[in-house]
Design a protein around this ligand. Structure first.
Ligand SMILES: CC(=O)SCCNC(=O)CCNC(=O)[C@H](O)C(C)(C)COP(=O)(O)OP(=O)(O)OC[C@H]1O[C@@H](n2cnc3c(N)ncnc32)[C@H](O)[C@@H]1OP(=O)(O)O
Ligand SMILES: O=C([O-])CC(=O)C(=O)O
Length: 370
């Protein structure tokens, strides 16, 4: 047996949802650059789930459904209020999403139509949960979803408790489009492995959240912001980064398993980071990020991934860094659920092999003789 560590280069599923070929990312055949510039997140989610961009009537119906499903059971809000205030937000999100299944009578209905409804429901409810978690942590009451608002507008509204400005809504919406799907990344693979046992969609999304939490995957965006805070000033960037590289430590937000010449999503986030800085009249975070990129690319040849510039974008939207990875989940749940639906359509349990490297020919010895 030959072990391929990290399954690098292994093709483990056939999928028609998104592709990465020669560094170009597409969702259902549409280039991510085209979608980032033109599509809303709701159109993108529809595209991922149903395979084509929605007509006006289809989009209006999806928006209505998302709005109708956005409220969460009061039992889940009550539970969230009992979570420790300093709990990791991804751990709290994982628990809350898992408990949604307890209050959905259709949780174990495995029909395609029921699972499509649950995909839309999960998409509608996850922003409500993340915003409620954020407010509860601060000792504030959760804000009820605003009927008719888009996912991005509604999330910022529920988070801040007031109508958000349109610049912030647009920036977040584009961020959601950019994070929506990414072929067989670790959390999507996790979701597919879970549901390939014919477990339910909530179990798939709950396990995906667990995988996204790690700092080598979605958790990197929070780690990038922690690093920027630690660096503290533009002048400190160079000594900090050089020392870290000399210690052979990883710089979060750089490198990628698939992209070796750069992540096509990063340039959009970089541009947004600069624009938000200019609007605020303070481009320090952007300037520091550009300097980090210059140093890391110069010394290691590594390029920024989607998590690098998203950190300064979200901070400039006045979002706390503990919410960065949960916001990634708000977007990626569209991709996870699209992949879960696809997995159910042509399922086989996912069960690879391991090369055994442990002891052999051991004989049982009674406990009092060991
Ligand atoms: C949404 C996302 O998930 S995007 C990725 C988010 N994750 C991060 O930003 C965390 C930092 N990056 C990393 O840890 C990695 O680049 C990963 C996890 C993204 C990819 O991992 P792999 O494909 O397994 O690459 P691997 O970790 O083996 O790296 C290859 C080499 O580049 C180095 N390297 C990779 N990333 C970095 C980094 N961010 N900083 C410094 N060195 C790095 C490794 O140390 C290794 O060097 P070596 O061959 O001298 O040992
Ligand atoms: O594809 C990956 O390995 C990680 C990634 O960029 C993503 O999930 O968006």
């Amino acid at each position: 047996m030959t072990v391929i560590k990290g399954l690098e280069g292994i093709v483990a599923a056939a999928s028609s949802i998104s592709s990465i070929v020669d560094g170009v990312l597409t969702y259902r055949g549409y280039d991510i650059d085209d979608l980032a510039e033109n599509a809303s997140f709701e159109e993108t989610a529809f595209l991922l789930w149903f395979g084509s961009l929605p007509t006006t009537a289809e989009l209006e119906k999806l928006k209505r459904d998302l709005s109708d499903f956005a409220a969460i059971p009061e039992q889940v809000i009550a539970q969230m209020k009992l979570y420790p205030k300093d709990a990791n937000t991804m751990a709290a999100l994982r628990s809350a999403i898992s408990s949604l299944a307890l209050y959905d009578e259709a949780a174990d209905d495995m029909s395609r139509s029921a699972n499509e409804i649950k995909a839309v429901k999960l998409q509608a409810q996850i922003p409500t949960i993340v915003a409620a978690l954020a407010r509860i942590r601060k000792g504030l009451e959760p804000v009820a979803p605003k009927p008719g608002a888009s996912i991005a507008e509604n999330f910022l509204y529920m988070l801040r408790g007031e109508q958000p400005d349109m610049v912030s809504v647009k920036a977040l919406d584009t961020g959601l489009v950019l994070h929506a799907d990414h072929e067989l990344n670790a959390s999507t693979f996790t979701a597919r492995v879970t549901v390939a046992t014919l477990s339910d969609i909530y179990s798939g999304v709950t396990s995906a959240i667990g995988a996204l939490k790690g700092p080598l995957h979605g958790g990197a965006n929070e780690a990038v912001m922690k690093m920027l805070e630690e660096i503290g000033s533009f002048e400190n960037v160079e000594p900090y980064i050089r020392a870290k590289l000399d210690r052979r430590e990883k710089i979060m937000g750089f490198g990628h398993r698939v992209y070796k010449n750069g992540d096509p999503r990063a340039k959009h986030l970089m541009k947004m980071s600069r624009e938000l800085g200019v609007i605020k009249g303070d481009t320090t975070l952007y300037d520091m990020s550009v300097k980090i990129e210059e140093l890391v690319t110069g010394q290691k040849g590594l390029k920024p991934n989607v998590d690098f510039y998203s950190a300064s974008v979200y901070t400039q939207l006045s979002i706390d860094r503990e919410l960065f990875t949960p916001i990634f989940a708000i977007s990626r749940v569209s991709g996870w659920t699209a992949h879960i639906l696809e997995q159910y359509e042509d399922n086989r349990i996912i069960r690879p092999r391991a090369e055994y490297t442990g002891l052999v020919e051991q004989k049982y010895v009674p406990v009092n003789e060991r």
